[in-house]
Design a binder for this molecule. Sequence first.
Ligand SMILES: NC(=O)c1ccc[n+]([C@@H]2O[C@H](COP(=O)([O-])OP(=O)(O)OC[C@H]3O[C@@H](n4cnc5c(N)ncnc54)[C@H](OP(=O)(O)O)[C@@H]3O)[C@@H](O)[C@H]2O)c1
Length: 414
Amino acid sequence: MTSNHTATRTGQAATPTSQAALPSRMLGELAVPALGFGAMVLSPGMYGEIDDERAERALTAALDAGATFIDTSDGYGAEGSNERLVGRVIGGRRAEVVVATKFGMRIPDGAPAHTFPVGYTFGELAVNADPALVRRYAQQSLRELGTDYIDLYYPHFPDPSVPLTDTVGAVAELVEAGLVRHLGLSNLTSAGQLREAHAVHPVAAVQTEWSMWRPIDAELRAAAGELGVGIVAWSPLGGGFLTGTVHEVADGDFRQNSPRFSKENLAANNDKYAPIRQIAAELGLEPGQLALAWLLAQYESVVPIPGSRTPAHIVQNLEAARVALHPDTLQRIDDALAGVEVQGGTALTGAGSPVGPASATYRRWGECRPGSARQSSPSVRRRACRAGPALAGRGGARADVAGAQQPAGGRARP
Ligand SMILES: NC(=O)c1ccc[n+]([C@@H]2O[C@H](COP(=O)([O-])OP(=O)(O)OC[C@H]3O[C@@H](n4cnc5c(N)ncnc54)[C@H](OP(=O)(O)O)[C@@H]3O)[C@@H](O)[C@H]2O)c1
């Protein structure tokens, strides 16, 4: 290592709301700490069992340490339980928290489920982002969260049966009504979707999987920069893989559904990432800290949302917001990543994609196609879907969606 390969810890850019304020970043016009907290990990069945007490302790630790940007969804946990957990913990401190939630996966009884393929072993997920349901979704989330506004509100996935611009139009009405402060879009599959949505209502952030083992779509990244849209990076630690501590996943852990986490693929992938762990060791960083600091250096408006049930991990992760990697170090990391082909597909990319920055090509299942719904309500069927590229096939190196689980007998929830 040359002396140029350094990581420096920067001072705090204080915000008045938290004792341990982290540097802040902008998602469109929404100011948030540079690292948020993903609350999905606090629901039972995601990373094994967890009780309310442990979940509340972890979320409180995140807030106390300055991760006051909290990510949840109506689809996390059974029947809104993740949102209720967040609501309980932020109850007395709502003003210091930026609450982001997502809709479309807690489909009301009687409403149709619009399915689309994912690469997890259970094969598909279901949403309904019909604009006629959006206000009802928001009111339900507001009740669960115990608040009267949502800071950042996303459709969890583009609905293959509904033009995204129609869903966005319904969120714009919620913004006008004061129930929602900012619009987000999660799991877009093309830059075109972002451009079209942004023309209807300003988009503060797109949420997408992005990490050292999951590159971002280059066109989506470019469009976000051009439009001034932030990027919220989910699974920024690769579901824990990038911390270097995952060698197998137990029964009851949703990662069992992900090809990347099969025993064989984990062993191979851990070997491939040894050079990255070596760089972290040379810098005196934990591998997970390096993964987060690297991500923060990719775009001034990227905000990773690592999840953890362990207060010591939470504090350790947040330290990464104060680490500035030298350009030579970033280059060395990118050179190492460029030679890696991860074994097993992930979110919207196929297996074996080089993982250098911004090299992925997303699949296009999110484009609305006439007749793409398995079951559609009449109102949805009447909408004119714009023609989009054909869905990728169901087999082979198809994508998967980290964070998804298939409860026994129920709908999958990412
Ligand atoms: N929009 C979407 O469709 C979508 C999909 C997936 C996720 N998300 C959001 O993104 C958030 C984060 O994603 P994720 O949970 O999939 O993956 P992640 O944050 O990349 O990884 C979480 C895993 O990393 C482990 N971990 C965290 N810090 C660690 C440390 N310092 N040392 C060792 N292990 C550590 C955690 O274990 P411990 O608990 O033991 O620390 C947990 O198993 C979710 O909670 C959710 O809010 C969104």
